[in-house]
Structure formats: structure tokens, C-alpha cells
Design a protein around this ligand. Structure first.
Ligand SMILES: *[C@@H]1O[C@H](CO)[C@@H](O)[C@H](O)[C@H]1NC(C)=O
Ligand SMILES: *[C@@H]1O[C@H](CO)[C@@H](O)[C@H](O)[C@H]1NC(C)=O
Ligand SMILES: *[C@@H]1O[C@H](CO)[C@@H](O)[C@H](O)[C@H]1NC(C)=O
Length: 252
């Protein structure tokens, strides 16, 4: 059954930040409820976490090629060689609480990802930089609105960030969705609000943690997410429910 953990809903609009201003930005969210011992608030610094800490990471929105150096080497958006700040990119910062399943929401009513290249990369760290592969979000034809991001720690150090896909299992047979590349459930962009349609195409990113913290305590939230259908968390967030779920009642 569903874990009895507190669920944190962090809602941030996409911020226009340059890489340098990251260091001045204080992200909020994961320090609530006490127990935080992690005083690193920049997504471009290294830290080691324990359970109950807040952990800051970023998501960069840009075109796919802009995340690569010389079109071949995938770098962290913190790496100045990418010069993402000079490009048409946007950044969001999040600070979820370690080992709590969280749903991040990015409201697309004023921020259309396809205007910024249509791809996103999750990242954190400097010397121990981790970054996800670029995930397709949107172009003028399709938008993917639901993602699961797994953050893997070893001894409290972030090792890996990856997108967990379900091979479209969660939208199979639903005519509102198109399965892209046999991995992502997508909505047609023209059916989104502000794009000629009526669907709220805000992005939802489910977070899960795996591995161990600095005291070698095992992070469990990944196992819980694994047992959930990709979309099932949405029903638990009442303020998202009205906008995200009601539009596809028979789906959720
Ligand atoms: C990128 O390309 C430039 C110019 O072609 C070259 O000087 C540089 O060594 C390359 N860098 C990497 C990391 O491949
Ligand atoms: C996004 O913002 C719009 C306008 O403020 C609001 O009407 C809508 O409910 C928001 N969507 C979500 C999912 O929070
Ligand atoms: C949008 O992306 C989808 C999936 O990658 C692709 O099939 C389609 O051709 C793209 N459309 C445009 C207008 O680029």
C-alpha cells in the first residue's frame, strides 16, 4: 500500500538565472519539519547528505545540443564551458527532503518549455557533478508532462540522476496520449492551455531516492515509487488534482 510518509509539494516557477547567480540563490522547501543538517544551498556545490536533510538540485531547460560540449560530451549545466547562461535557457531550483517522495510541479501557464529548447537536464554537484541525460519535454507538436527522477546516493554523495520511464504503461489505451519513442506519454501541444486548448500542461516530476546516506542508512523511497504506477501520486495532491487529474478522469 501507499507509504505513510509526508509528501512535500514544491511549486516553483521557472526562474531566469544565470549560472553565477546560482551561488546567491537560496532554494527553499526541504528544511521544513526540522532535521536538516545540510547547509549547502547551491546546486553547483558538493555535499554529503543524511536522511532528513534538504538537498538542493537544479533543472535546466534548453535545447538538446546545448547540454553537450562539442556535440559529444554531456556536461553539468554548472560547467561554464557550456555557456548555457548565454543561451536561451531557464533554470529551476528545488530543495526536496531526502527520502521523502516529492512531486515537483512546474507551472507552464507562463513558461512553455518548447520556447526554451524543449529539453531538461537535472543536475547537482561540482567536483562530484551528476547530471541526468537530457529528457524531451516539448515541441510544437507534443508535450510530456509526467516524469520520474531517481536520485542515487552512495554514502551520502550524489552519484547519479536518472529518468525512470515506464514504456508508456501508464497511458496505454488512452486516446488523449501519444506514446513517444516507446517511452514517454505525451499530450498534443495544441490541446494545452495558452496553446489553443484547455488542458493544463504543467509538468509534474516525481522524485525518488535510492542508495545510502552518509551514515550508510538505506534510502527507501525508490522502492516505494517502484511499486506505484507512474501517475498515481497525482491523486494525492489535492491542488494539482483539480488541474491535472480531472482533465483525464478515466485515466487517473
Ligand atoms: C572541442 O572542440 C574544440 C575545437 O574543435 C577543441 O579544441 C577541443 O579540444 C574540444 N573539446 C573536447 C572536450 O572535445
Ligand atoms: C498554473 O497557474 C495558473 C495561473 O496562475 C493556474 O490557473 C493553474 O491552476 C496552475 N496550475 C497548476 C498545476 O498549479
Ligand atoms: C516533436 O517531437 C516528436 C518526438 O520527438 C517528433 O516526432 C516530432 O517530429 C517533433 N515535431 C516537431 C515539429 O519538431
Amino acid at each position: 500500500m501507499f507509504p505513510s510518509k509526508t509528501l512535500t509539494l514544491l511549486v516553483f516557477s521557472a526562474l531566469t538565472l544565470t549560472i553565477t547567480s546560482f551561488h546567491k540563490t537560496v532554494a527553499i522547501g526541504g528544511d521544513g519539519g526540522g532535521g536538516n543538517t545540510n547547509n549547502i544551498y547551491s546546486p553547483c556545490s558538493d555535499t554529503r547528505i543524511q536522511r532528513s536533510d534538504g538537498f538542493t538540485f537544479g533543472i535546466a531547460f534548453s535545447s538538446r545540443p546545448s547540454f553537450f560540449l562539442n556535440q559529444t560530451v554531456l556536461l553539468s549545466p554548472c560547467d561554464r564551458r557550456l555557456s548555457l547562461a548565454a543561451m536561451n535557457s531557464q533554470f529551476s531550483l528545488f530543495r526536496p527532503k531526502i527520502d521523502e517522495i516529492s512531486l515537483l510541479s512546474i507551472n507552464t501557464s507562463a513558461f512553455f518549455p518548447d520556447n526554451y529548447g524543449g529539453y531538461m537536464v537535472a543536475f547537482a554537484g561540482r567536483k562530484y557533478a551528476a547530471r541526468s541525460i537530457p529528457a524531451f519535454i516539448a515541441n510544437s507538436t507534443f508535450i510530456v508532462t509526467s516524469f520520474t527522477l531517481v536520485m542515487e546516493f552512495q554514502k551520502g554523495r550524489l552519484q547519479n540522476l536518472y529518468w525512470k520511464r515506464d514504456g508508456c504503461a501508464s497511458c496505454k489505451g488512452n486516446q488523449n496520449f501519444v506514446c513517444l519513442n516507446k517511452q514517454d506519454c505525451a499530450i498534443r501541444t495544441p490541446s494545452c492551455k495558452g496553446r489553443g486548448g484547455s488542458v493544463d500542461c504543467s509538468l509534474g516530476i516525481q522524485l525518488a531516492f535510492s542508495g545510502t546516506d552518509k551514515h550508510l542508512a538505506v534510502l527507501n523511497s525508490w522502492y516505494e515509487v517502484e511499486n506505484l504506477k507512474q501517475y498515481s501520486l497525482y491523486g494525492l495532491y489535492s491542488n494539482l488534482k483539480s488541474s491535472l487529474t480531472n482533465q483525464f478522469n478515466n485515466f487517473f
